[in-house]
Design a binder for this molecule. Structure first.
Ligand code: SF4
Ligand code: SF4
Length: 447
């Protein structure tokens, strides 16, 4: 199979730990902490008060802006308090704490029997996605209804589902493709309808041949409205730009978005959630999360309610806190290490990895070996960012395409001097964004 993008790395995937674990329902805890920042954009605004009775699927927080998403109660019960909670990315955010009444009663109009013969208009599909609070479930958490509403001058003719799951350890998407191929494919059909798109693909890495076969067969049974594409195993094959190129040979221009190449990319879990929202009127109140790593004795793929403390599914998986050196929310390449095992599961939490061999390293100077340049899929020179980052000269990176970095971490993975390149890049990007905001505010004041 031909390599389909420049650069990339081959980390051992450790998927063998959890790939054969069928999805199981995690027990629903007595108390759930539902964060109001589970997406990129403005936090949602709570619309319930302490003491309110809530049903599963009831809106408990409204979108806080255009780029934002609604949040729904994952259980029926009572609002215990409005509080703050920690987010895997290190910040705190507001949260609604709900006491579960154990009844699991859905809000009125939710959870209906699906009628798959029913047709929906593009507007109805986008409205259902917005109502359901769906965000990119591969971890990006960008509100999906915004992605489905491009400016009129941007014609999307291609929809691509991301079934690559190239992050090591994670198997949530893999299991979903094996166990629910039909709902994923029907979700893709709805997405194709939204854009009246001519082309549709599902990209799957060659290390998941059974998932590829199941999806291919399901698409054939549905009349072949989309194509399953088997892709070579190479990290970060699942990055949007790389996936678009692999499926269509179109390049997203520098500084551009997938829509600039006529494409919209969604995760397979997002497609499943779209099916549930449109056909079953089920808003996003649960997700599939892999719990894995050598720090747990029983790796698993759980269907888990949003707001469930990570601790409860970690314990269910035989978590050994003493043995675990690093706990990562998400995958090891792009996820976030965090010390707290009480963090609530959110819409973007595709996995929790308990690593036992995560030694801390002291990085050395750049030896100019060029390996980071060789593996960078964006064609950048990561060593330059690392040198500026190390000296705290973050703003000096403005002229050297840093915003094209997709933060895949391939450079950091390959660096023999163990330089935390992607971490410096993230700080530089944040500092540049602050500087641009300051400049824009200053310009606005002058007017
Ligand atoms: S891989 Fe590391 S040591 Fe080699 S050039 Fe890049 S930053 Fe320098
Ligand atoms: S510079 Fe950015 S895009 Fe390139 S390898 Fe590093 S993290 Fe990935």
């Amino acid at each position: 199979m031909k390599k389909v993008f420049r650069g990339g790395v081959h980390p051992h995937d450790f998927k063998e730990l959890s790939k054969d674990c069928a999805i199981t329902d995690a027990p629903v805890p007595e108390e759930l902490v539902v964060p109001l920042q589970q997406h990129i954009g403005a936090p949602a605004k709570a619309c319930v008060a302490v003491g309110d009775e809530v049903k599963r699927g009831q809106v408990i927080a409204e979108p806080g802006g255009f780029v934002s998403a609604a949040i729904h109660s994952p259980v029926s019960g009572k609002v215990k308090k409005l509080d703050t909670t920690l987010h895997p990315m290190g910040m705190t955010c507001q949260a609604v704490v709900i006491t579960n009444d154990g009844e699991d009663q859905w809000a009125e109009g939710c959870n209906i029997e699906p009628d798959e013969s029913k047709e929906f208009t593009s507007e109805e599909i986008v409205a259902a996605v917005k109502w359901a609070g769906i965000v990119g479930m591969g971890g990006a958490t960008f509100p999906t209804h915004v992605k489905l509403s491009p400016p009129p001058e941007k014609k999307i003719d291609t929809v691509i589902l991301n079934g690559v799951e190239c992050e090591p350890y994670l198997t949530a998407d893999y299991r979903l493709m094996l166990e629910s191929p039909r709902t994923i494919c029907l979700g893709l059909k709805l997405l194709k309808k939204v854009f009246n798109a001519e082309n549709a693909y599902i990209g799957i890495e060659a290390n998941k041949p059974d998932a590829y076969e199941v999806i291919k067969m399901t698409l054939a049974e549905m009349g072949g409205f989309a194509e399953a594409v088997l892709l070579p195993v190479m990290y970060p094959q699942g990055a949007e730009k790389q996936l678009i190129y692999a499926c269509t040979q179109r390049e997203v221009p520098t500084g551009g978005l997938p829509m600039d190449a006529g494409a919209c990319v969604q995760n397979v879990g997002t497609a499943h959630a779209i099916y549930e929202a449109v056909y079953c009127k089920r808003p996003l109140t649960e997700r599939i999360t892999t719990v894995t790593g050598r720090g747990v004795s029983k790796p698993a793929n759980y269907r888990v309610r949003i707001g469930t403390p990570a601790k409860s599914i970690l314990e269910l998986s035989g978590f050994d806190e003493d043995k675990t050196q690093k706990l990562i929310y998400g995958g090891p390449m792009m996820g976030a290490a965090h010390f707290d095992i009480e963090l609530p599961v959110n819409k973007g939490m595709s996995g929790i990895v308990a690593m036992t061999d995560a030694k801390a390293f002291i990085h050395g100077p750049c030896i100019r070996c060029g390996r980071c340049v060789d593996v960078c899929p964006a064609g950048l020179i990561p060593s330059e960012y690392s040198i500026y980052g190390e000296k705290g000269m973050y703003l000096e990176t403005a002229g050297i395409d840093i915003m094209d970095c997709i933060e895949c971490g391939a450079c950091t993975y390959i660096c023999p001097a163990r330089r935390p390149i992607v971490q410096w890049i993230k700080v530089s990007k944040a500092e540049l964004a602050k500087e641009r905001a300051r400049a824009a505010a200053a310009a606005a004041d002058k007017k």
